[in-house]
Write a protein that binds this ligand. Structure first.
Ligand SMILES: [Fe+2]
Ligand SMILES: [Fe+2]
Length: 203
């Protein structure tokens, strides 16, 4: 039996809520202290607190699940893991940009701190990827989600949603499945306008 959403039918719902807050806040405080201990070179203290912090975080997760956070089915669990993977995998780009802005604004120490997390963020993505591979879980975005994202980007910038194939931003799309390389689809003329050699994204 799953404990997911247990609090809904429990007389101890308030206690569960309090425990969840106490465990997560406690572990958050631990992590702050761990960072400060490391700055002071107190590595043994940091190590001891790290173990406590991880375990308290897990206790918080247990109570969080009882409160109905997250989804209970395996399919949903994989979906959320894939979502997290995408956040981790795309972190480097935004963190570098952030660090650049900070450096340009004359705050190089802050930029260094931000940049120091990049290697680990990439490792988070790699770690998840290895598990997805082992379980045969698809984690790359489909061509259609790239397209949707691209269209939304353009709409946000008040640009035309259609564009020439030659202008298609290769760096973001060259790994995606391209319907114009699929003969059958190309012949059907679904995505390819022969007359203007234009990819047209129908709204
Ligand atoms: Fe705890
Ligand atoms: Fe991360």
């Amino acid at each position: 039996m799953t404990m997911h959403n247990y609090a809904q039918h429990s007389k101890f719902a308030d206690t569960i809520r309090k425990m969840q807050a106490a465990e997560t806040n406690g572990s958050e405080l631990y992590f702050v202290l761990i960072y400060l201990a490391k700055e002071l070179g107190l590595h043994d203290l940091a190590d001891a607190m790290l173990k406590n912090a991880c375990e308290d975080s897990l206790h918080g997760g247990m109570y969080g699940a009882m409160l109905g956070k997250g989804k209970e089915s395996e399919e949903e669990l994989w979906k959320q893991a894939v979502k997290l993977y995408r956040v981790e995998a795309s972190a480097e780009e935004s963190l570098r940009k952030m660090a650049e802005e900070m450096r340009a604004a004359g705050e190089p120490q802050l930029a260094d701190c931000v940049e120091s997390t990049i290697a680990e963020e990439n490792e988070h993505a790699r770690r998840l990827k290895a598990v997805f591979d082992a379980h045969g879980i698809a984690y790359e975005k489909s061509w259609h989600s790239y397209k949707k994202e691209y269209e939304n980007d353009r709409r946000r910038n008040h640009q035309r949603v259609s564009c020439n194939v030659g202008q298609f931003p290769r760096t973001r799309y060259h790994n995606a499945e391209k319907p114009w390389n699929n003969r059958r689809e190309r012949r059907s003329g679904k995505t390819w306008s022969k007359a203007r050699h234009t990819m047209f994204f129908h709204r």
